[in-house]
Design a protein around this ligand. Structure first.
Ligand code: ARG
Length: 458
């Protein structure tokens, strides 16, 4: 059989053109969605009397057969047939004869492909929401084990104030919570139905779009046919959300790379998540978090790629839009693979509580607390800041930390110091008194974890 659109042409398509314009090598991923859309469309055509009911039945059975074959990987898709839509239509006509040609009544590939993409993203988004939640679960698990574990908190990657390790980890829980919200919210727009818009202007047939929407589970129907076939902002939104998720994954991964380095030694990644070096026998490399960090690049690339494709594109359908697919598939698959690895990696890491603790004993991250101490005794904060600055300098010069200084030494800097200063400076105390809502005290962290658990659906 020649091309489905061959009538107007006097020459065969140039082979290079055929290869260049074909999308079947990648859009075969939409086979299931394409068949689902066709099933709904043909049922509607039959019910509306646009084609005879018997024909609709025949087409339906043909499509179901093709679906089985696709599921069993028995279908050979052909570049000559350009894309998934024409491949399946051709297969249908081969299977049930010319009546298969009635399927495309009142429809265009333009509203068809847009519908397939919506269906695909709906499935993927729903799966990803679950995977994000798996990561959140693993964060909660680690956090619960580490409410009392103290770690230096950093600003500018310089020790700032000690925090609960659970608090640090839970910061990521909330990033992923917002990511989850974004994915859920995007479903509202993914659930707009393009089908029934024709090539760009609607159709002359008395179709019933509500029926198709109901059959395919769409909540809204695009009210403008030109918008429906040109819109790819639902994909841009997915790629943006995907980029944000990858940013969060990348930041956490970077921390895991740092923490597992010999310089930090705060955590050890499970052997099953690391790889060795082909030359240096001592190495245990954090390849997984490194690669998660690296894969963020392709997620950004896919977003920028589609933004660029859409910029300045006139209405309605243009072949440029075929470029919307590979990036979307790639981001969906990248997210899926990344989230699936991140959850068990967090869960199986060993937390070196002693090393973290030692780090805190050997720094000045309790300095703010002596400043606050003097303020509570009546000194203006700026003056207190100055005094403590001097104490820190003195300590560095005499190779001591704040808890090592004697009362005599403290008194040289201010009369306001008393014995209770040693209690105030103890790291546990420093953390416990940051008890404002959202703070790092064990009490607040426990409350935070409770709130977090309330956000999970299972
Ligand atoms: N393969 C095409 C795409 O992905 C399907 C739509 C083709 N429509 C057209 N008028 N050429 O965009």
């Amino acid at each position: 059989m020649s091309k489905l659109w061959g009538g107007r042409f006097t020459k065969e398509t140039n082979k290079l053109v055929e290869e260049f314009t074909a999308s079947i090598s990648f859009d075969q991923k939409l086979a299931k969605e394409d068949i689902a859309g066709s099933l709904a469309h043909v049922q509607m055509l039959g019910e509306c009397g646009i084609i005879p009911k018997d024909d609709a039945e025949t087409i339906k059975h043909g499509l179901l057969k093709i679906r089985e074959k696709v599921n069993r990987n028995e279908v050979e898709f052909l570049v000559e047939d350009e894309d998934i839509h024409m491949n399946i239509e051709k297969l249908l006509i081969e299977q049930i004869g010319p009546v298969g040609g009635k399927l495309h009544t009142g429809r265009s590939r333009n509203d068809q492909v847009a519908t397939d993409m919506h269906l695909y993203l709906r499935t993927k988004t729903t799966e990803l929401i679950k995977l994000v939640e798996d990561v959140q679960q693993s964060i909660i698990k680690q956090a619960k084990e580490n409410i009392e574990t103290l770690i230096p908190g950093y600003t500018h990657l310089q020790r700032a104030q000690p925090v609960s390790f659970a608090h640090h980890l839970m910061a990521y829980f909330w990033m992923f919570e917002r990511d989850k919200e974004r994915l859920i919210d995007s479903l509202k727009r993914i659930n707009w139905l393009p089908l029934g818009s024709g090539a760009l202007a609607g159709t002359t047939f008395p179709i019933n779009r509500e029926k198709v929407a109901e059959l395919l589970g769409f909540q809204t129907i695009y009210p403008n046919s030109m918008d429906a076939v040109s819109d790819r902002d639902f994909i841009l939104e997915f790629l943006s959300i995907g980029s944000i998720i990858m940013t969060h994954i990348s930041r956490l991964s970077e921390e895991m790379v740092l923490w597992s380095s010999q310089e930090f030694q705060f955590i050890e990644l499970d052997d099953s998540f690391c790889t060795g070096s082909s030359i240096m026998p001592q190495k245990k490399n954090p390849d997984v978090p490194e690669l998660l960090r690296g894969k963020t690049g392709r997620a950004y690339g896919n977003l920028i790629g589609l933004l660029t494709v859409l910029k300045g594109l006139p209405l309605a359908y243009n072949k440029d839009l075929q470029e919307d697919k590979e990036g979307m598939f790639d981001t969906a698959e990248t997210l899926e693979g990344s989230l699936k690895l991140l959850a068990p990696m967090i869960e199986t890491m060993t937390v070196n509580k002693d090393v973290m603790r030692k780090a805190i004993n050997n720094d000045f991250s309790n300095a703010t607390d002596i400043a606050d101490y003097l303020v509570r005794k009546g000194l203006p904060f700026r003056e207190a800041h100055e005094v403590i600055g001097k104490i820190v300098l003195y300590s560095i010069q005499s190779n001591k930390y704040l808890l090592d200084l004697s009362m005599e030494e403290y008194k040289q800097f201010s009369d306001l110091f008393e014995d209770d200063i040693y209690e105030v400076l103890a790291p546990e105390h420093v953390v416990a008194v940051r008890n404002s809502f959202g703070g790092t005290s064990p009490e607040q962290v426990k409350l935070q974890i409770k709130l977090a658990e309330g956000k999970l659906t299972k």
